[in-house]
Design a protein around this ligand. Structure first.
Ligand code: 3PG
Length: 208
């Protein structure tokens, strides 16, 4: 299940690490009110699945998905909690088989031309380019997309406000993901006003 159509409403996807499920709903509402249309909750913390469920139930107008998906069984787990999409840093045949059989839209990660072609063979035209900045950023993505004109990318990893516009300016980039407008320190301090301000600025880059 290719996820190409999911991110057309807003081209910047917040990638969040939630350490305490109690903040999930307030964070989701803050992002939604600041203009985000989706949220990627990374499966890196003990409460991530609970956070996904709370957001799916209580903030239904924000599309919630799971990030850092890396094991096939996680597909059923996130589906049970109401996730609408999955994002993975890389992909294996087992992970892809699970996503396809359970009809979970997936943005699989790729870093090389061979990985990209393999994912394309499995039907994935939208792929996560990860970790984008460390792989060479905009020039690298431009070079890779030349011989792969049918592919679209969702770069994440090291993107910030200064770099976002350049990524979004590439024809091969559908959307970008990042955590720069949801800093860990602000989340820890429950600084939702601060997160809102940074998110409004970020969404402005996406809309420009
Ligand atoms: C991720 O970790 O999946 C994303 O790449 C987020 O990267 P960032 O925290 O560097 O924005």
């Amino acid at each position: 299940m290719d996820a190409s159509k999911l991110f057309s409403k807003s081209r910047i996807v917040p990638v969040v690490v939630i350490e305490d499920a109690a903040i999930a709903v307030d964070l989701a509402k803050t992002l939604r009110d600041a203009g985000a249309a989706s949220i990627e909750v990374t499966l890196r913390t003990a409460c991530a699945l609970e956070a996904i469920e709370l957001i799916a139930q209580q903030v239904p107008d924000l599309l919630v998905g799971a990030g850092s998906v890396r094991r096939p069984e996680q597909i059923a787990q996130i589906a049970a909690r109401g996730a609408s999409f999955a994002v993975s840093p890389g992909a294996t045949e087992l992970l892809i088989d699970a996503a396809i059989s359970q009809q979970m839209p997936l943005v699989p990660g790729a870093a090389t031309a061979s990985e990209m072609i393999r994912l394309s063979e499995r039907g994935y035209q939208l792929q996560k380019f990860f970790p984008a900045e460390m792989l060479g950023g905009v020039p690298m993505l431009k070079a890779l997309s030349g011989p792969l004109p049918e592919l679209k990318f969702f770069p994440t990893g090291g993107i910030n406000a200064a770099l976002a516009k350049d990524y979004l300016g590439l024809a091969c980039v559908s959307c970008i993901g990042g955590s720069w407008f949801v800093p860990a320190a602000m989340l820890r301090d429950r600084d939702f006003a601060g997160i809102r301000k940074l998110t409004v600025e970020a969404m402005g880059i996406g809309a420009a």
